[in-house]
Design a protein around this ligand. Sequence first.
Ligand SMILES: Cc1ncc(COP(=O)(O)O)c(C=O)c1O
Length: 370
Amino acid sequence: MTGTIAKSGMRSDPDDVTALDHIVDLRSDTVTRPTLEMRRAMAEAAVGDDVYGEDPTVNRLEKRAAEIFGKEAALFVPTGCMGNLIAIKSWTHHGDEVICDEKSHVNLYELASMSAIAGCMPRIARGLDGILSWKQIEEVIRPKIYYDSQTALICMENTHNMAGGTLHATASVNEICERAHDAKLKVHMDGARIFNASVALGESVRAMTKGVDSVMFCLSKGLAAPVGSMIVGSARFIEKARIYRKMFGGGMRQAGVIAAAGLLALEESPGRLHVDHENAQVLAKGIAAMPGLKIDPAKVKTNIVIFDCEGTGKNAVELCDLLREKEIWALDTATYSVRFVTHCDVDREGCERALVALGEIVGRPQTARA
Ligand SMILES: Cc1ncc(COP(=O)(O)O)c(C=O)c1O
């Protein structure tokens, strides 16, 4: 393999897939490829025109997602970004504010769509490790005064990607929802990795999201489907969301082909996420022992491992480039911050290879002296 990982994390030569099987690709859990069962289910899927509501596989997927989350309805959308945008658009008016954590995906990585398309301003709160408390939210709610822009929505991210897969405690989510509703605000959860949170907390997604008005979750990340995300909520919300999905160009036709993989992802994949969390722990502990690298393994609860490399004298891009030469792919997330994400296409051996490669670059692990 030649070339380097661009800052965006994309391979410089996307057509060069020949050596993919030797690569330990820890850039993201979005890189997972569909399982054999998914590919079979896709080939055999019953399909119809979903814009007319006639795709039986999409209808099954939406029904199952709503059941699992204990909500009235669900909608299959092409991407997590579109799901978040549809929810924001559905709950707000132009000129409203949306409270979100500084490092949240809706604030940093959705191309300002909440402003560009939904006409809203992000109102930033700073959570502890990305996790917002009611106190932090309350401080940035606008007073109900006609000459102030108005707060309409609170967005929470569970797990929080850029904070290292951190978790919202369900009691805190419930408190935020109750108080938000008292203040006539809606709550949306960006649950791209909500099943990772569910496994780490040992709680059902239904219980974890009981009070929230809408949830977006991704089938295409740790759950290993090739495409697709879902939004769930009340029947009235989904009715509105369906209109915005079409307006944003997300009305799909024989989408049963991808929904078939989504159904398997939803039913089968959460059961193996604990393996990814265990692998993330192995990585975090190994990294913590290496000279110049900083991470607190106790904070790694799910499948995202973000560590600081400033002490190595190399920046994150340089470190990722050196790792890449050893067939380990990682993502630079800030000048001195590197991210590894575990998933079903990287096993324990792959994680151990990543640690060996990292050790060769930064120096031997520091072990206690006899
Ligand atoms: C927390 C979070 N929300 C939303 C998204 C967007 O998902 P998609 O890439 O399917 O648009 C991502 C993608 O990585 C994410 O990490």
